[in-house]
Structure formats: structure tokens, C-alpha cells
Design a protein around this ligand. Structure first.
Ligand code: ZN
Length: 310
């Protein structure tokens, strides 16, 4: 982008004139000099903002309150990707973003799913759930909800820092330091989750969509979901009956649903088995208050009360 670069040089020159000198480091991150990072949805906005700090301008392609799986992009959003410096996305999670990246940003996109170890998604009802992975792409049923494991999200933060360091080597140290700090905070969160979920009366979590596999895997929980990897999947009546039996047998007291979807199915199942319907956030959208870390702590409290943890 020669024009942008020329503008950056000009504004740096203007600053020199105006202030009689530019300090190295932080001051270099004036508006014109910021890296533009576009992200598919919230957790990667959180990570990119934390790692990029004042050196980046982050655009979340999923608007607040939007449901990221079935995101549609405007032609303007697609075109804007050709101007961005970096796209952070999950290939196979948001088909519209995949397509836009392919058209506009193939050479400057970080697919976070290449940075961490993936788990296979559960295919619980082959016949009735046919096509359940359409929304989440053709990754062979691999579960893309990696950010719900804080340790994996820390690994992603480090990968984002390396991408940013390549783009702006003069600020590489700052990116790496911020990523290390975030990784440490995520490590603390991981400790809290591990300790907080270590002695519970039950391990079973019944959820509406199959988003919590990484969380369950990390902390010894067993996730049973009503629908598939996408929240738009309709739970079949056969699946509902199956989960109801499971919930009764295991003494499940809580049916979890997510804040961005209708609680209707979860509520009716909860009534049927004498349980309560409670929100467990998959963090696919930005939390109304706080951030990823505080929302995960709220999730921990909900899990502890559902599972009778001491
Ligand atoms: Zn999901």
C-alpha cells in the first residue's frame, strides 16, 4: 500500500515538525501507522486487541449481537478486506468469511485452527443430523470452538503476535510481551477452572449447541448437546428424547443454553426433566459487560452451581 505508507511517512514528518522529535516505540503507533486487523468474531477480536494494543485497529466482522456462524458480509466489508493488514479467522466456521478471505486476503490471513490441536466434533445422530456440519464447513467434523479452552486461546495469542511482528518488526517486542501477559492471564483462568471444577457431584453438562467440547475436555466434564456444532441445527425429536432420558438418569439439574439463541428448546427440556435452564456463554459474540476473561469466570460459577462443586 504505497499510498498509506507515504501518508504514514508524511504524518511522522509532520509530528517531527510539530513536536520536535518522535520518541521511539509507543509514539510510533499514531493513527496512520496502526495495523488494520479484521477478525471473524469476538474471541479473536479480544485476542487481537490485547496483543496489538495501541498498534492495531481491530474490526470485528460479526457485528454486536450477531450470530457468527451464519454471518453474511456486505460487499463493502468484503472489499475492505483487501485493505486490511491481517485477517484472523477460523477456516470452515464462517463460510462468508472463508469466501471473502479467498477473494481478497488469501495471502494475509491467519487461520487460528492451524495453530492449535483440534478435536473431532461429536456426530451423535448420523441420520437426523445429516448436514449438521454445513455451517462449520468441511473440516471433517473437526470442532472449531477452540477458544473455549483458555490454554489454546493463549497459544492463539502467541500466533497472532508473531503475525503482527512479521508485519511490523519494529514493534515485535511489544506484541510478544503483550501476548505473554495475556497468556499468563489465560493460564490463571485455566487454573481457576481446573480447581473450581475438580470436586463436583456431577460431570455432565447438557448444552444446546455442541460448543463446549474443548472446555469439557480440559476440565474432565462430559458434554451432551441437543444439536450439532452450529446453534442453528434443530434438535430432532429423537435426540430430545434421548437427552431427556440421559438427563434423568444422571440427575442433571441444569440445561444450558446460549445467550444469542432462543431458550425455547432448553426451557421445555428443563421443564420435562425437572431441571433449570441457565445461560452458558460460548463467547461467540462479545459479552454485554466485561470481556472474555470475566465471561469465562461467570461460566465457571454457572458450571459450579449446576454440577454441585465444592
Ligand atoms: Zn458454535
Amino acid at each position: 500500500m504505497p499510498l498509506t505508507r507515504a501518508a504514514a511517512v508524511l504524518s511522522a514528518a509532520a509530528l517531527l515538525t510539530a513536536c520536535g522529535g518522535v520518541a521511539e516505540g509507543e509514539d510510533a503507533a499514531q493513527a496512520g501507522d496502526r495495523l488494520d486487523v479484521s477478525v471473524g468474531f469476538y474471541p479473536y477480536a479480544f485476542v487481537s486487541e490485547r496483543v496489538g494494543g495501541p498498534d492495531v485497529e481491530v474490526v470485528n466482522l460479526t457485528k454486536p449481537g450477531g450470530e457468527p456462524h451464519d454471518l453474511e458480509l456486505t460487499p463493502q466489508q468484503v472489499a475492505a478486506l483487501s485493505e486490511t493488514d491481517l485477517v484472523v479467522y477460523s477456516k470452515g466456521f464462517q463460510p462468508a468469511v472463508d469466501e471473502a478471505v479467498e477473494q481478497q486476503a488469501a495471502d494475509k490471513a491467519l487461520d487460528v485452527l492451524t495453530t492449535v490441536e483440534l478435536r473431532e466434533g461429536e456426530a451423535h445422530d448420523e441420520e437426523e443430523d445429516e448436514g449438521e456440519d454445513e455451517e462449520h464447513g468441511d473440516e471433517g467434523g473437526q470442532d472449531p470452538h477452540v477458544w473455549l479452552d483458555p490454554v489454546r486461546l493463549g497459544t492463539i495469542a502467541v500466533a497472532v503476535a508473531e503475525e503482527l511482528a512479521d508485519l511490523a518488526p519494529d514493534r515485535a517486542d511489544a506484541f510478544r510481551e503483550r501476548a505473554a501477559a495475556l497468556q499468563a492471564e489465560l493460564g490463571e483462568l485455566d487454573d481457576e477452572l481446573r480447581t473450581g471444577l475438580s470436586s463436583c457431584a456431577r460431570q455432565e453438562i447438557v448444552t444446546s449447541h455442541d460448543a463446549f467440547g474443548y472446555l469439557a475436555g480440559a476440565y474432565g466434564l462430559e458434554q451432551v448437546s441437543l444439536a450439532g456444532l452450529s446453534p442453528d441445527d434443530e434438535a430432532s425429536s429423537g435426540r430430545l428424547a434421548e437427552v431427556a432420558t440421559y438427563a434423568r438418569e444422571r440427575g442433571v439439574t441444569t440445561i444450558f443454553f446460549e445467550e444469542t439463541a432462543s431458550p425455547r428448546v432448553a426451557e421445555s427440556l428443563a421443564r420435562e426433566v425437572g431441571a433449570e435452564a441457565v445461560v452458558l456463554s460460548p463467547l461467540e459474540g462479545a459479552p454485554e459487560t466485561g470481556d472474555y476473561l470475566s465471561a469465562m469466570r461467570t461460566n465457571l460459577e454457572s458450571l459450579q452451581s449446576a454440577l454441585d462443586c465444592t
